[in-house]
Ligand binder design. Structure first.
Ligand code: HEM
Ligand SMILES: Cc1cc2nc3c(=O)[nH]c(=O)nc-3n(C[C@H](O)[C@H](O)[C@H](O)COP(=O)(O)O)c2cc1C
Length: 487
């Protein structure tokens, strides 16, 4: 197919692209592209090989292009092709200088560096929230609004910060939260996180939507454990999005169990993707850039051909693919899930004392108080609010099941406050993503070291030598928070 002819098919009405010297008519696929139409329209009439090969393989073409869509080899003068349309959506991921890792002193420090380095699209995916600014700020302030009531003169020469999570010891009372589709942050993302976690004996909960396969992640984790010669051993846990096709979930659970994943964390707050505001704005800018100025409100990316990801991956870059996560999930489903998973089960995304109680009554080993990092329900409660509500309205479950918390935990002090109020362990999300994106495995280790250092300092200044000594007496909860939880 002659290059000059290809160049004419440069819009929505007729869109041809060149990938690895072959011409494809993608007109009917543009709107179905799970990465969004604008990414392909940018290359209409042009050579998309470089951009395509960054995220896809030949297999993507084999699986999604019919024979009729392949128009043959590119012939003629390639310079006659159209030029890719210029991006106006800001940062495209660049050559910005990376500061030495020693300048990362707080976990907060990784975000601005990642922002400068990553493409707008990748950064927005991680950063996006589904509430307005005031609420997001209140999530960030939530744990720092509690102050301590320290004790002094208590011989704190040696402290022990180890914590058991679902019967598995970790050096620290925190773990790495599940974060899907990390591939846009780092091409080897979950392997990087797994290596860092193994080397620092920290637990890591791997997402159903991991970009890499779960066997590859486990292999990396085990190899790093063997190399690190560490006496303490951490574990990989498994986060589950229940697929609307039960068989996909059953197969997935069997495979994961055989691979050695431990506790199962079923996410119960993501049956529809929250309205992530920054991501919606970015999508709309991408559409305008691609010449699309009208589209119905709602999910701006249309469903894929069959609406289903083969391996149960639910979303693409924070853009939902309808029909993949079950919206029919209910308490009865725990019965068939238990048949496939004989290990402990934790429900992730519990946001009320009533559901915490249900989880206990239905035999779950743990609850994970989370509002998905503020990415799902607009104006969802913080994990602190839910924990206080449980203390007030379902105190009988405290000490009887494990309780995890997450959402804007950024310091060792905040982690210890949650432990004082009854949490077993705390998960940290975004800082690990940003650190991996910028510094790889060293970044993961650095975040762990920063939190570990803060935990040790805070324990000593609080007058405790073991996490078992933490109790509600050591924190002051602001009056309005106590009132709102009827505490
Ligand atoms: C014939 C052309 C193309 C086909 C058949 C195709 C197919 C797909 C498919 C099936 C996905 C879903 C995720 C996966 O299974 O990998 C996807 C996602 C994506 N595609 Fe394409 N694509 C094409 C062209 C392009 C081009 C030219 C770009 C240029 C940047 C691109 C960028 C992306 C991105 C960024 C995602 C989202 C990945 C993520 O967030 O994890 N694609 N595409
Ligand atoms: C980029 C990103 C991807 C996420 N993917 C998942 C996921 O696949 N499964 C899940 O249960 N939670 C997911 N979450 C939510 C996190 O597990 C966690 O609840 C949240 O990030 C904690 O808040 P923090 O980032 O403020 O620490 C994701 C969060 C982010 C930021």
């Amino acid at each position: 197919m002659d290059a000059a002819e290809v160049a004419k098919h440069n819009g929505m009405q007729s869109c041809w692209i060149v990938v690895n010297s072959k011409v494809y008519d993608v007109t009917s696929f543009v709107d179905e592209h799970p990465g969004g139409p604008s990414l392909i329209l940018k290359y209409a009439g042009a050579d998309a090989s470089e951009a395509f090969n960054e995220v896809h393989t030949q297999q993507t073409l084999d699986e999604h292009m019919t024979q009729g869509q392949c128009l043959g080899k590119l012939t003629g003068n390639p310079s006659a092709l159209a030029q890719p349309k210029k991006s106006t959506t800001g940062n495209t991921g660049s050559e910005n200088e990376i500061p030495p890792i020693v300048s990362m002193v707080m976990t907060h420090d990784f975000e601005p560096v990642a922002k400068a380095l990553l493409s707008d699209r990748a950064f927005t995916y991680v950063h996006s929230f589904s509430s307005l600014e005031d609420r997001i700020n209140s999530y960030h302030r939530t744990w720092s609004s509690l102050s301590f009531r320290p004790r002094v003169m208590r011989n704190v020469e040696h402290v022990n910060s180890t914590r058991c999570m679902l019967s598995h010891q970790s050096r620290f009372p925190f773990f790495i939260a599940p974060m899907g589709l990390a591939g846009s942050m780092h091409s080897d993302a979950e392997r990087v996180v797994a290596r860092g976690a193994a080397q620092k004996a920290t637990h890591y909960c791997v997402s159903t939507s991991a970009t890499l396969t779960h066997d590859v992640i486990m292999e990396s984790f085990r190899t790093a454990q063997a190399e690190s010669n560490m006496r303490d051993r951490s574990q990989l846990f498994l986060q589950l999005y229940v697929n609307s096709n039960q068989k996909i979930t059953q197969d997935f659970l069997r495979r994961a169990r055989a691979l050695g994943y431990k506790g199962l964390f079923i996410t119960v707050d993501t049956h529809i993707l929250g309205k992530r505001i920054q991501d919606r704005r970015l999508q709309s800018r991408e559409l305008i850039e691609a010449g699309i100025t009208e589209r119905p409100v709602g999910n701006l990316v249309s469903d894929g051909k069959d609406g289903k990801a083969k391996d149960g991956r639910p979303q693409t870059g924070g853009r939902s693919r309808p029909g993949v996560i079950s919206q029919a999930l209910n308490w009865d489903d725990l019965k068939w899930i238990r048949k496939e998973w004989d290990g402990p089960i934790v429900l992730k995304g519990i946001q009320s004392a009533a559901d915490a109680k249900m989880a206990y009554d239905t035999g779950c080993q743990g609850i994970y108080l989370s509002n998905h990092g503020g990415r799902q329900l607009q104006d969802a409660p913080s994990s602190l609010e839910t924990l206080l509500e449980i203390r007030s309205m379902a105190p009988e479950i405290l000490g009887r099941m494990e309780i995890y918390c997450d959402g804007s935990f950024r310091t060792g002090a905040d982690i210890l406050k949650a432990l004082c109020l009854g949490a077993t362990s705390v998960a940290v999300g975004r800082p690990f993503m940003y650190a991996a994106a910028v510094y790889g495995v060293k970044g993961i280790e650095r975040v762990i070291d920063i939190l570990a250092d803060e935990i040790e300092i805070t324990m000593k200044l609080l007058g405790v030598t073991d996490l078992k000594q933490l109790s509600p007496d050591l924190v002051r909860v602001p009056h309005e928070l106590r009132m709102s939880s009827r505490l």
